[in-house]
Design a protein. Structure first.
Ligand SMILES: C[S@@+](CC[C@H](N)C(=O)[O-])C[C@H]1O[C@@H](n2cnc3c(N)ncnc32)[C@H](O)[C@@H]1O
Length: 236
């Protein structure tokens, strides 16, 4: 982990202190340890400035991360050799678990144009966004619902908008099972019930997205033996 990533993880996680020790420790561990968050700062993955719709947002870590990066950049202490971070023009998260919504609302209170709604993403309205995210989420809903949600997102996307999703590869054996075990434990730790998960092979996720009118680029995102891939899907 670079010093920048470590410092950003500490700064972003600090927002969760008023939400309790568990929320704070979880935020610090996830933001510092999950390679996704460092990857989001790579040039080109996210727009220079954008409105985010984060489906299955948990406690809103994505917003906390981008806000912490934006604050550091605005303070003039962003390293000169690192491209400026993606700026958050707005953020709306949707999350099923009340406890996670509550923690996220406490941490993100006071941030401009940031909101978290409790609810089921399969039925939630999809407000206009430059970036829609489904990070480690899609396998929580059954295959028909996955297809319907991805089709609804595709219909809502402006031509220059994008969907960012991270999925597991169900053909990856132990690494896949380890990823899914972690996801289940996270839900239980947030106060939910042990979930039933609905994985697909990576090739099948990509085939589904293609069939629904997306063009995709993939970024393998293993880390700690996990079998995850970040997919950037744009309207074709
Ligand atoms: C592994 S966590 C990932 C959370 C967040 N995306 C992150 O990266 O920190 C998956 C989240 O999806 C939520 N979720 C599962 N099914 C959902 C649904 N139908 N609608 C909204 N959220 C859902 C779970 O409650 C859980 O918080």
């Amino acid at each position: 982990m670079t010093p920048l990533i470590r410092q950003l993880a500490t700064a972003a996680a600090a927002a969760y202190r008023p939400a309790g020790r568990w929320a704070w420790h979880f935020a610090r561990g996830k933001l510092g340890g999950d390679p996704l968050f460092a990857a989001l700062l790579a040039p080109g993955l996210l727009p220079r400035r954008g409105r985010y719709l984060d489906l299955g947002c948990g406690q809103g870590l994505l917003a906390a991360w981008l806000l912490a990066a934006g604050r550091r950049h605005a303070a003039g202490s962003w390293p000169a050799q690192v491209p400026p971070p993606p700026a958050l023009a707005g953020y709306h998260g949707v999350e099923l678990l009340d406890a996670a919504v509550r923690r996220g609302r406490i941490a993100l209170a006071g941030a401009d144009h940031v909101s978290l709604a409790g609810g089921d993403m399969t039925a939630a309205p999809l407000p206009p966004a430059d970036v829609v995210t489904l990070i480690d989420v899609l396998h929580y809903i059954p295959p028909d619902a996955q297809r319907a949600l991805l089709a609804r997102i595709r219909a809502s996307l402006a031509p220059d908008a994008r969907l960012l999703l991270r999925v597991g590869d169900a053909s990856a054996g132990l690494a896949y099972r380890l990823s899914r075990l972690t996801d289940s434990l996270v839900v239980v730790a947030h106060g939910g019930r042990w979930p039933q998960l609905h994985g697909r092979r990576l090739a099948d996720w990509l085939g589904l997205l293609l069939a629904l009118g997306y063009r995709c680029e993939t970024h393998p995102m293993g880390g700690a033996g996990f079998a995850n891939t970040l997919i950037v899907a744009r309207p074709d």
